[in-house]
Design a binder for this molecule. Sequence first.
Ligand code: SAM
Length: 278
Amino acid sequence: MTTDNHAQTIASFWKWQAIDWDRFVAPLEGDVAFFVEAAQEAGSPVLEIGCGTGRTLIPIAQSGIEIVGLDLSESMLAEAQQKVIRLDSQTQQRIQLVQGDMRDFSLGRKFNLVLVTFAFVFLTTPEAQREALACIAKHLAESGRLIITNPDPKLDLLAAYLAPLGNALKQEKMIEREETNTRVIVWASRQYDPSLQILKSTYLYEEADAEGTVIGRHHHHLVSRQSYRFEMQHLFASCGYEINALYGDFKRKPFAYGDIQIWVVRKKEGVKQMNHSQ
Ligand SMILES: C[S@@+](CC[C@H](N)C(=O)[O-])C[C@H]1O[C@@H](n2cnc3c(N)ncnc32)[C@H](O)[C@@H]1O
């Protein structure tokens, strides 16, 4: 397994984020239903990479599909596991959670569908992206599909983060933690490096008690890579994939600038998969 800066940053960020992720994530209209439908069409087994807390994985398993969830973060997988143990035993048996890095994993089996759900963006170099695509290809059945969701780089938003220290810290979210009767205020500042297409986000989390007194402060960094539409297209071609569809939302609207990139691809027939080092 790969252990380097990427793995450490991911582990440290998601360790802190894990307990709040389901409250933090802004639900995207129809994403879970879209993935469940794709899994139903493909049939078992399905692999979800970056499965996190199981937001998508669990509904897929509940729809009768056998699914493996792979994630780099032990903490996110621990949250997923907490939910899995509350499911009925038949659904539980359809789920396997595995800690691993999408750049370098080996499950020793092939899948009819591989999903990379809001996680490809954390591969911060073209080399890491190629490594992941090569590794995924080894896990895809011959007629299997790969679906990757990526944010489309929005130049007007990124322009606000071009200053060397990024934009001023801004309050972004407020999370209620009912279990401790506390509230977490999330502040963020971002800096964008257009030459590397790297977005660095710094998050400050302030936890306040019922009276509003701040009882804890943490800050964390997250690094992601903005990948453009035609860059992704070339990346797929150079890694031996052909594109079936590019949608702009989970109702399958044709993609337009600024939408979510929803890529549906498969291995090109008769093409030997490239090793990422080639
Ligand atoms: C934004 S969260 C998405 C979680 C889930 N897919 C969802 O939509 O709720 C990204 C997830 O990707 C995982 N991740 C990031 N880099 C990874 C890597 N190299 N290999 C496997 N998982 C990774 C993180 O640990 C995190 O759980």
